[in-house]
Design a binder for this molecule. Structure first.
Ligand SMILES: Nc1nc2c(ncn2[C@@H]2O[C@H](COP(=O)(O)OP(=O)(O)OP(=O)(O)O)[C@@H](O)[C@H]2O)c(=O)[nH]1
Ligand SMILES: [Mg+2]
Length: 395
């Protein structure tokens, strides 16, 4: 079975996605309600007649259980499809760009030869995949083309997608889960350069945690930029979370963190999220500032922060990778939030991150809406990026 088909099966299940699913869901619900009513009537009648047997009750209960299970499954499937749609929409710039270039290559070259591979190499490098990984991907593609004796240039699409997947997944296990489920207070520290999307990502994460039933408190430790505190305050008003503010503008960020811990002493919170300023221009200052914040955190909880997420702007491409390397030197990083994927045409950046930094991308920003920050899903990412290449290529 081809890679595209396998990928689709993993994402959508064995059946192909079809547009009648919502309708089917509604129909099922109506039918289920009818069934419920029928069951109720049946139950009443049965009790009335007092001819009920144990087997019959068992059967009715079993039917009820099955109907509930079916509904749950269908709901799960719809949530999954919503996520995939978000990936497809958020990656449409990158996907369209990659598809267009590969289609152009195919129409300009009649056969798969060295020149074809050279051009393909260029396309992949331009999509922000690191040079060393492009080399690996190409090696793999060439091997497969040779082994399978592929001469049809259109069949290469599937192999490209397949190898991108393999190269990302093979480097290590992909861990996307936020480590914030400990009993007691969990601490999440957000770092990253100015404008990368720290504050808005904090709002999105806080929103997600609140929906999961968690009690969240924010610490506005970005005391450097005028307006940063105000921005966080606005978000807090929209979400059901508390916030600790600096006493005055330009206050010591570590003092805000200290205050936040004081406030969490009564075990009223599950997660503390700390917003920081990201002045990479002055690395020594940044290093000192983050070291001081980490020291305060560890004074209260030695094993914290449970997550130190580095926020990276996908539109900054290889430059973003350099920034990340600098951050890695000043503070430990447990995962990456890759924002603004919807704003870049070069979706290969995710592969570069894995290669150059070896840190897992845990969350990916696919737009500005609250639910546009999604847990990173390799299948959905490859699907969003290569969907355009799948046409006429499914085997
Ligand atoms: N399109 C898009 N925009 C985003 C995404 N994430 C963040 N943004 C936008 O990026 C801009 C900067 O985001 P902030 O959250 O203020 O960035 P910051 O890192 O807190 O910036 P500083 O506080 O200046 O250090 C805002 O306009 C956000 O709406 C994303 O995934 N997609
Ligand atoms: Mg900010």
């Amino acid at each position: 079975m081809g890679f595209f088909k396998k990928l689709k099966e993993r994402l959508f299940g064995a059946k192909e996605k079809d547009d009648t699913k919502d309708e089917q869901f509604d129909q099922n619900e109506i039918q289920e309600e009818k069934n419920d009513e029928l069951i109720e009537v049946e139950k009443e009648e049965i009790t009335k007649e007092k001819e009920i047997t144990k087997e019959e009750i068992k059967l009715i209960k079993k039917q009820e259980k099955l109907a509930k299970k079916e509904k749950k499954e269908l709901n799960k499937q719809l949530i999954k499809e919503k996520k995939i749609n978000k990936y497809v929409a958020g990656l449409s710039k990158s996907g369209t760009n990659l598809t267009k270039k590969i289609r152009e290559l195919q129409s300009n070259h009649n056969q798969i030869d060295e020149e074809f591979f050279e051009k393909l190499e260029e396309i992949l490098i331009m999509s922000d995949i690191s040079v060393s990984q492009v080399y690996l991907i190409l090696e793999e593609i060439k091997k497969e083309v040779k082994a399978e004796n592929i001469t049809d240039k259109n069949l290469i699409n599937e192999i490209i997608a397949d190898k991108m997947f393999v190269i990302y997944a093979n480097q290590s296990t992909v861990n996307t889960k936020l480590n914030l489920d400990h009993s007691g207070l969990n601490v999440l520290l957000m770092v990253g350069v100015n404008g990368s999307g720290k504050t808005t990502s904090i709002a999105k994460i806080a929103n997600k945690l609140v929906l999961e039933g968690k009690r969240v408190i924010l610490a506005a430790a970005d005391t450097f930029r005028a307006g940063a505190v105000e921005q966080l305050k606005i978000w807090v008003e929209r979400l059901n979370v508390d916030i600790v503010l600096p006493d005055k503008e330009g206050a010591d960020p570590a003092s805000v963190v200290y205050k936040a811990f004081e406030k969490t002493k009564n075990n009223e919170y599950d997660v503390l999220i700390i917003d920081t300023a990201g002045r990479l221009q002055n690395k020594i200052n940044l290093m000192n500032e983050l070291a001081k914040i980490n020291k305060i955190i560890q004074k209260f909880i030695p094993e914290a922060p449970h997550e130190s997420l580095l926020v990276l702007d996908a539109t900054t491409g290889q430059n973003g990778i350099l920034q990340a390397e600098a951050f890695k030197e000043v503070t430990p990083i447990s995962g990456i939030v890759l924002t603004k994927m919807d704003g870049t045409s070069n979706g290969g950046i995710i592969l570069s991150i894995k290669d150059k930094l070896n840190i897992d991308v845990k969350l990916i920003g696919l737009g500005e809406k609250m639910d546009d920050l999604q847990e990173f899903d390799l299948d959905a990412y490859i699907y969003g990026l290569t969907k355009g290449l799948m046409e006429n290529n499914e085997k």
